[in-house]
Design a protein around this ligand. Structure first.
Ligand SMILES: Nc1nc2c(ncn2[C@@H]2O[C@H](COP(=O)(O)OP(=O)(O)O)[C@@H](OP(=O)(O)OP(=O)(O)O)[C@H]2O)c(=O)[nH]1
Length: 229
């Protein structure tokens, strides 16, 4: 979902943009410093020409950025919507250690059919069956009332492919962490509790797809329910 319209007021500070660095409320856990191997800029390294996976991911990123370009998140700073699908893909590579280009492309595209005029047929044509199918499994039917859509996620989650479950887990993790960071405009404590409780029911349907992600989702839900008890 999106909040249309341009942001008003001063731009967010650097700290507000990247997170406070204070731990649990950050979108991504801090990574240990890794010492990079120094490369001699005068020497030419080998060129890896097996680039189809990278091309797919960049193509998906460009497509999603163009389709979501007018959309904003619901947070007080009205963050550009594209931050969400890119962040979901980053959770997959950074935390879940998923490097399958099909799953990453689907993660980047996961809201294009649900929240923009993009169609399933278009994704089929541009990105192929595997990517389009994962996106379809992660797409809510926005023609349905909210309560029906929310129940459908609980009812259908278990029957989805493992790839779709993994994208769904990273999607939930991003949204729950975002909720922990700052509540969307208009959300009171009750709404946050309801979202956390509903997320737990969805999580139960995704069991076994990726234990690490499942644990991370469960931990944020626990923290939210304590914070907003
Ligand atoms: N936490 C958070 N969520 C935001 C923000 N901006 C937009 N969203 C979206 O809002 C949706 C959750 O809000 P709800 O009121 O429960 O659902 P709805 O908009 O789809 O009716 C999520 O989309 P969804 O595709 O419906 O995901 P989900 O409900 O399957 O998690 C999430 O991506 C934000 O700033 N913070």
């Amino acid at each position: 979902m999106s909040t249309p319209g341009a942001p008003s007021g001063p731009p967010p500070s650097y700290e507000e943009t990247v997170g406070s660095g204070s731990g649990s409320a950050d979108l991504y856990p801090r990574l240990p410093e890794t010492k990079k191997e120094e490369k001699d800029p005068k020497k030419n390294g080998p060129i890896n020409d097996d680039a189809s996976g990278i091309e797919l991911i960049v193509k998906a990123t460009d497509f999603a950025a163009r389709r979501h370009r007018m959309q904003r998140r619901k947070d007080p700073h009205q963050t550009p919507y594209i931050n969400h699908p890119v962040g979901v893909a980053y959770i997959l590579t950074n935390e879940a250690k998923i490097t399958d280009p099909i799953i990453l492309a689907a993660a980047i595209l996961h809201d294009t059919v649900e929240d923009t005029k993009t169609t399933h047929e278009e994704l089929l044509e541009v990105f192929g069956k595997e990517v389009a199918t994962i996106v379809a499994e992660c797409t809510d039917d926005k023609s349905q009332p909210t309560a029906v859509r929310k129940q459908a996620q609980i009812d259908n989650g278990a029957s989805h492919s493992r790839h779709a479950k993994i994208v769904h887990l990273a999607d939930k993790l991003y949204n729950l962490r975002d909720l922990e960071r700052v509540a969307p405009i208009g959300w009171d404590r009750k709404r946050i509790r309801e979202y956390a409780n509903w997320s737990r029911k969805v999580l139960e349907q995704l069991t076994g797809a990726h234990p690490g992600l499942e644990q991370s989702v469960a931990e944020v839900i626990d923290r939210l329910l304590i914070k907003y008890a």
